[in-house]
Design a protein around this ligand. Sequence first.
Ligand code: SF4
Ligand code: SF4
Ligand code: SF4
Length: 274
Amino acid sequence: MSQPIDNEKTFAILTDTTRCTGCETCVDACKQTYGLGPDRAWRWKNRIDDLSSTRFTTIIRRPGGHFVRHQCRHCADPACVSACIVGALRKTELGPVIYDSDRCMGCRYCMMACPYGIPRYSWENRVPLVRKCVLCYSRIESGGQPACTAACPYQATIFGTRAAMLAEAQRRFAENPGRYFPSAAPKVYGETEVGGVAVLYIADISLDFLGWGDKLGDEPLPALTWAALSKVPPMVFGVAGTMAGIYWVIGRRMKLQAEAAADGADPAEEHAHG
Ligand code: SF4
Ligand code: SF4
Ligand code: SF4
């Protein structure tokens, strides 16, 4: 069972899609902060609307003029961290899930484990890296806020303690009756799903398309992964070597974590990029 989130001591982003104009100032601020460079053109699309190694955040355009910012959710109990056998991903005490390229061995299990399909791979590099939003860990560690939230001209994406963001969501609901989805009882997406996340959303449309459907539930995914996999005999996977591989690496990761906890050591002492 994972620990409950300390909403006063951890940080979060609240994205309010009703205020977003799709201007992409947040995307540009992120690109500039992390030196991500220009997007590679996609022949079949006029606008780039997906995450990539050059986009840690992006704006998804929905019918009816709705704009939805997309990025890593910084799960309280992240499946990507559980899946990484070498501790290249780590959940920090402030909330961000960060990545250490020096440890990454390129297996990409984190990409398969993430329920929101977030991590990307920089295939263009000679030594490819996993690339994703790091919630501007180094900036918030020194008392600042993420580059993207600082840049938004419309308070469509804001930053603060998780408690303050949850309170602000309720304040906006009360101030605008009937505006938010679902109108009978507006929802803060991410408050409880997969054990709670640090990137919360409020919206005037359903955000199920973004991976927020009921399918995932409120249980942290690493626990479910274990419950499911431990009940399935490996031969059931047959020739699905990939699944057997996942079973093995996640098991090893759990063992290493348990050993480290018993030793009182931190198995993932590293630096955050950015
Ligand atoms: S959204 Fe995906 S990549 Fe981000 S912390 Fe959760 S599991 Fe990891
Ligand atoms: S929190 Fe930082 S890394 Fe994440 S999208 Fe915003 S600017 Fe980029
Ligand atoms: S800067 Fe604000 S309004 Fe512009 S796209 Fe980003 S979240 Fe939306």
